[in-house]
Write a protein that binds this ligand. Structure first.
Ligand code: ATP
Ligand code: MG
Length: 445
């Protein structure tokens, strides 16, 4: 992409109403624009990151055996009356009437809809286990939308739902998602830790929130320090095998959110291992048994068990919240520092003298070679002054930069800059391209 054609409305000043660094940087880097409280347009740069995050989430859901589908954003109130949540959900639900005066709502989550789909099509024990997911916009009329996309009203969520014959089988589905989440966040360069959590309006008796530690986080958490050192299971995990050990290794260590924090149990953690911190909830997994299948008649018939309601779980990831969470985790005074796996572009090329024939030529060759290698470069071909180019490229946080100017080219070199470390190297244009390709091939897990 040539920057001259791209749409990157960066801001020089930090908007006064943005309280935390991720919100400030998202606005300054031209990633989003607020349209209404908690409702955002995703501008091209932000949209690219959102799509990268979404795609990692999708790949890890698929790897864990979940099946993608798509349900609508607008739901009939009727469905929620069946589960009994229509009134219980309260003011967070955006209620709408259509032209026929039918009660509709903008879905805050999809337990009801998918339970109803399952009940409609599945009658036999042979239909389970099933693990289905979609990635769709949700609306929750939050009392205090704040921190930009981290607590929006409209936000993008991956939500998966599992259907099993027994509780024992349902725990296996729960474990699949639990392990998939560990890999999902690790692929984004995030350290997200499973912590015992309250089930809230979803209901049920088993739940973990996945939390990234961050000063500006809204959640208060307590855990055993050793949890923070456990590596992700890795992408070669056998999802059809026994995952209980991986889950046990983590759940054996004390880790709880504020709501379920148990002072007495925490007291048993050695003092030098006690961590109490703030964090951002990026995902949550729930097992809630027959809470929805019972009232909504999602039952299967089994030769020995007769007709039984299915055991269910649901599993959310805040796709749009993660974009803010990533910036909270990866920034410095100059701006954002994207992990390679989620960067909006892989590399920036800075033309320091547009109009100078050799410089234009060298930039063009580098740009084409990187594209040919399957990378996604952003080429700053604009006539902006040098300082503005440097600070813009640092602000938007691409992992690598190639700086091309007439002075270096006379010596046969361009400059390669690593955004995270600030390290600079003078390399021939060919070596620069090779170096960038090599860096790009290093997977996070
Ligand atoms: P919170 O406690 O932060 O309000 P929640 O527990 O109500 O979140 P879930 O129902 O578990 O949220 O939704 C799944 C995921 O969706 C959450 O883990 C979070 O990452 C994301 N999410 C929830 N509410 C919002 C929101 N208002 N804005 C952005 N993302 C959200
Ligand atoms: Mg939650």
């Amino acid at each position: 992409m040539r920057l001259s054609r791209f749409f990157l409305p960066t801001l020089k000043e930090t908007p006064a109403d943005a309280k935390i660094v991720s919100h400030q940087l998202m606005l300054r880097a031209g990633m989003v624009r607020q349209e209404s409280a908690g409702i955002y347009s995703w501008l091209p740069l932000g949209f690219r990151v959102l799509k990268k995050v979404e795609q990692i989430v999708r790949e890890e859901q698929d790897r864990a055996g979940a099946v993608e589908m798509l349900m609508p954003t607008i739901q009939p109130a009727e469905l929620w009356r069946e589960s009994g949540r229509y009134d219980a959900y309260g003011d967070e639900m955006l209620r709408i009437r259509d032209r026929h005066d039918r009660e509709m709502l903008y879905g805050p989550t999809n337990e009801e809809m998918l339970t109803s789909i399952f009940a409609n099509f599945c009658r036999s024990y042979k239909e389970v286990p099933k693990l289905l997911y979609h990635i769709q916009w949700k609306f929750r009329d939050e009392t205090r939308p704040r921190f930009g996309v981290m607590r929006g009203r409209e936000f993008l969520m991956k939500d998966a739902y599992s259907f099993d014959l027994t509780k024992e089988d349902a725990i296996k589905s729960y474990n699949r998602m639990f392990v998939a989440y560990l890999n999902t966040f690790a692929r984004m360069g995030l350290k997200a830790f499973p912590m015992k959590a309250e089930t809230g309006p979803i209901g049920g008796d088993l739940s973990h929130e996945f939390i990234i530690l961050a000063e500006n986080g809204e959640s208060e958490v307590f855990c055993h320090r050793d949890l923070l050192d456990l590596p992700a299971p890795g992408l070669d995990v056998d999802f059809d095998g026994d995952l209980q050990e991986i889950v046990n290794e983590r759940t054996a260590l004390y880790a709880a959110t504020e709501d379920v924090h148990d002072e007495a149990a925490f007291a048993a953690v050695p003092d030098d291992k006690k961590v109490s911190a703030r964090g951002i909830e990026v995902g949550q997994v729930f097992y809630f048994g027959t809470k929805y299948s019972e009232p909504m008649k999602a039952r299967v018939t089994h030769p020995d068990m007769g007709e039984v309601p299915v055991h269910m779980g649901s599993y959310g990831i805040g796709v749009s919240r993660i974009v803010g969470g990533l910036i909270e985790a990866f920034n410095d005074d100059a701006g954002i520092i994207w992990p390679r796996s989620v960067a909006p572009f892989d590399v920036g090329i800075l033309n320091m003298r547009p109009g100078d024939e050799p410089t234009d030529q060298a930039c063009e060759t580098i740009y084409q070679q990187l594209k040919k290698a399957g990378l996604d470069p952003l080429y700053d071909d604009t006539k902006d002054r040098a300082g503005a180019k440097f600070s813009k490229m640092d602000l938007i946080g691409l992992p690598d930069q190639i700086i091309v100017g007439p002075r270096g080219l006379k010596e046969g070199t361009v400059e390669v800059k690593d955004r995270a470390s600030g390290e600079r190297q003078d390399l021939s244009p060919q070596d620069a391209v090779a170096e960038i390709i090599k860096r790009h091939q290093q997977e996070i897990i």
